[in-house]
Design a protein around this ligand. Sequence first.
Ligand code: ADP
Ligand code: MG
Length: 499
Amino acid sequence: MTEEAAPPLDLRGISKSFGGVAALRDVDFVLRAGEIHGLVGENGAGKSTLMKIIAGLHGQYDGRMAIDGRPVHFRSPREALAAGIGMVHQELSVVPDLTVAENVYLGQQPTKGGIVDWRAMMDGARRHLADLGIDVDPNARMGSLAIGLQQLIELARVLFSGARIVILDEPTSALSPPEVQRLFEVLRGVRASGRSIVFISHFLDDVLAIADTVTIFRNGRLIATEAAGTVDKGWLIQRMIGRGHEELEGSYTGAIALDSRPDAPVVLDVRGLSVGRAFADVSLDVRAGEVLGIYGFMGCGLIELARTLFGKLKADAGTMSIGGKSLRPRSTAEACRAGIAFVPESRRSMLFHTEPVYKNMSISVLGRIGRLLLRPSVEKDIARQHVQSLSIRPPTVETLLGSLSGGNQQKVALAKWLTWPPKVLVLSEPTRGMDVGAKEDVVRIVKGLREQGMGVVVLSTEPETVLSLADRIVVMKKGRIVREFAGETVSKDQLLEAA
Ligand code: ADP
Ligand code: MG
């Protein structure tokens, strides 16, 4: 009988909960020597949680882990690194004010007579970076380099500190296509040296291009592991979202029929809008009484686009017009005066938690309607109608906003636009973190706003949200609009496929 070497990493029956809610259920995961292993799954599927267990960030879990056949249980990233496991997180942890060499050697600078041996450090860093095929001056200040290069240097540091297993959690979200190619070249070199890589990404094309093996997670479970060469994007998507769509919510079934309104006047017209690295050449229009959905993965530029429409970020190029009047908002106040209202993904920042519900339904629009409404009796009357028609709980206008649930807060945030409709309403992640009931209420409110003739833009990384609200959908990918769905039937698979 031949004895096979134990795999570098072998996990059996891993389960993990947060506050009683299961994030991982009975997962078996094996990483082999010299492989690039892609991990895919929708947001919240459990990918990062499993990787954090491996990298020592979550010490508490059920199940067994072995490195080269030896049982281990890490309680800190330091212990994991000592055993050869390193992780590059999506948020870089480089030090921008230090040089490249200092970042590579972070915490382990060579010393001579008690002081840092600068020359040894520069030479060592230069050699190490050259070995990895990374072309950069070790003397350069980290903060002056492009993000893609900074990420490669962070990877270099993890390898330099002895990692034989490297985990990259969504490394390509913020990278340009040439930067992705450069990262892939470095990863192929790492693989050729016999080390193993876990590569997590929403970009299935990227995963299929670089990975040898691919594993799909859904709802805390490991669904399948296959050789990447034997599967395609459609196969992955089917497993990511579940074959029978059995986990989808009631607001749509499988596919929705889009209903666009080509005859209504354009209320928002955007041409060639660009902002730094965030997005480029975005053109779109929204008609009165239409909900335009913009869908994309985290990091695709959605959030920045929403902020630019509302005057929070300044566009480098492009034009915008509202109701036919051209506009280049330099402040949110200016955007608001021109007729754009914005409800951001962090509703906290737009609401007043220590004020009662009725104040929150009028406060931000006082400037537009004058003194009259400062009379609390009028404010309360209007608020009472909304509280009733939107079934806000508890059903009183005196409740302090901060004591309401997230879903009810969102209803309050939306309610004021029913009384004082703007021309265009921009909603970023309007149903994030809500239960099904609250989501349905939000859908109802947005449809009501649309009936009033408002143009609504819904930006979301959740396909269900866009599908349940939009009359027309555009898909954004790495800062560009890549696809439009209008006057046809569209399913969740198609959205994921396009992104
Ligand atoms: P993925 O990386 O696949 O998007 P995660 O592993 O981050 O998914 O999350 C899996 C589940 O665990 C989600 O429901 C998420 O909300 C939950 N979760 C992750 N980290 C924490 C945490 N620190 N506290 C509470 N819940 C968490
Ligand atoms: Mg994650």
